[in-house]
Design a protein around this ligand. Structure first.
Ligand code: FES
Length: 179
């Protein structure tokens, strides 16, 4: 296993992180800010392990701590993200109004299959899947705080209330049509 001293990032990537660290170190919430900015600069909106290793090295923070922060906050991604995000609420209000069918229909429409679909029976289960063509990431959340509009789906940060399978299919078709 590579050590922290063997961070195989490109020189450019290292320079970017060096700058992020020097701008933020010593400030409150520095580590969160560094991770957030590093993720924003990643073309696939995620934090590769090599990036975490390099941040650990430059901030003199144990890699285990960096990793636990990156896995604790839902905002951080440890896998490459699709170009578009469909977020389906699996909270109780949305579940009782059919969000499980919405999730399963969306998975099938995007070629994601239904393996592991039983594991999302627990409403708080966080699921993140990216379509094979890298166009869509489907994720679940526990509640958007918009329960009156259940079931709620968010497509590229736009909330769609009272969503149906047809709604989601239309959103996907619109995105594909606009490419
Ligand atoms: S349970 Fe879905 S928005 Fe609250």
């Amino acid at each position: 296993m590579p050590t922290l001293l063997q961070a195989p990032l490109s020189k450019d990537e290292q320079t970017i992180i060096d700058k992020l660290v020097s701008e933020r170190m010593g400030r409150p919430g520095a580590l969160l800010g560094i991770l957030e900015a590093a993720q924003e600069r990643n073309p696939h909106n995620y934090l590769p392990l090599d990036t975490l290793r390099y941040i650990a090295l430059k901030t003199a923070t144990p890699l285990a701590r960096i990793y636990s922060v990156a896995t604790f906050y839902a905002l951080f991604n440890l896998q490459p993200q699709g170009e578009n995000t469909i977020c389906i609420c699996r909270g109780t209000a949305c579940h009782t109004r059919g969000s499980r069918n919405l999730l399963q229909g969306t998975r099938l429409d995007l070629g994601l299959g239904l393996e592991d679909s039983e594991s999302d029976g627990t409403e708080a289960d966080k699921m993140v899947l990216t379509s094979p063509d890298g166009k869509f990431t489907v994720r679940t959340v526990a509640c958007f705080g918009q329960c009156a509009m259940a079931p709620v789906v968010e497509v590229n940060h736009r909330i769609c209330g009272h969503a149906t399978e047809r709604t989601v299919r239309r959103e996907i078709a619109t995105i594909r049509g606009g490419e």
